[in-house]
Design a protein around this ligand. Structure first.
Ligand code: G3P
Length: 216
């Protein structure tokens, strides 16, 4: 499973890339708004830091508008993947952009039927939002499992990008369910490294080494 960082914060992206495990980045208008930065400038800065796919979202909601924004955004940098919401005009835009060889990430997916439509249209990635389904009392991870099974049943090549992951348990379950990508807030990425027995064990090793180091 690839790791994308779900952030528009450059500092977090630099730190994540330095950890050696980040394969790409996803942004959305809310994440960009948090940074108070110019959208195009920030996408280009992220593309320079990450050697991998960088999702940048259109804000038009009509077919022509999404096409024109999608083509423009895709031309900014070879790493850019155009993020498009899962609405009827968005699915049509994905079909057209995909025929033009432009990579797309179909976002705001909350059901298997929606994920099927995105795959039929040729989306490069589908982004089901796990945490937001949990928020309303549904089982977000069940959706990841359903999409994996259905895509495998029919041989769809659309990559399953699990989004809205809020904690390490979501990540663990995505690994077992066979997601192709997990996009993680930086805090969740950092939490994957942590285990109290690792810290305790390392301290014991270093303390013991102190006792013998001069004998070497
Ligand atoms: O990138 C979209 C998605 O990951 C949003 O997550 O936590 O705002 O539901 P969240």
């Amino acid at each position: 499973m690839q790791i994308f960082l779900d952030t528009a914060n450059l500092d977090e992206i630099r730190q994540g890339v330095a950890m050696g495990v980040v394969d790409g980045v996803t942004t959305n208008p809310s994440l960009v708004a948090k940074e108070q930065c110019k959208f195009k400038d920030r996408v280009l800065e992220i593309c320079d830091v990450v050697q991998g796919p960088v999702s940048a979202e259109v804000v038009a909601t009509d077919y022509e508008g999404m096409l024109s924004q999608g083509r423009e955004i895709a031309a900014w940098h070879k790493h850019v993947v155009v993020k498009i919401p899962l609405i009827p005009a968005g699915i049509a835009a994905i079909r057209t952009l995909s025929a033009e060889g432009i990579r797309t990430n179909c976002t705001l997916c909350f059901s298997l039927n929606q994920a099927w439509l995105a795959a039929k249209a040729g989306a490069t990635y589908i982004s089901p939002f796990v945490g937001r389904l949990d928020d309303i009392g549904n089982n977000g991870m069940a959706l990841i499992e359903e999409i994996r099974a259905a895509y495998d049943n029919y041989g769809f090549e659309t990559k399953l990008l699990a989004a809205s992951l809020r904690h390490p348990e979501h990540v663990r379950q995505c690994l077992l369910a066979g997601a192709d990508v997990g996009t993680l807030p930086f805090g969740v990425l950092k939490s994957l490294f942590s285990h109290p027995l690792t810290d305790k064990g390392l301290k014991a090793f270093l303390d013991d080494w102190e006792k013998v180091k001069d004998l070497v």
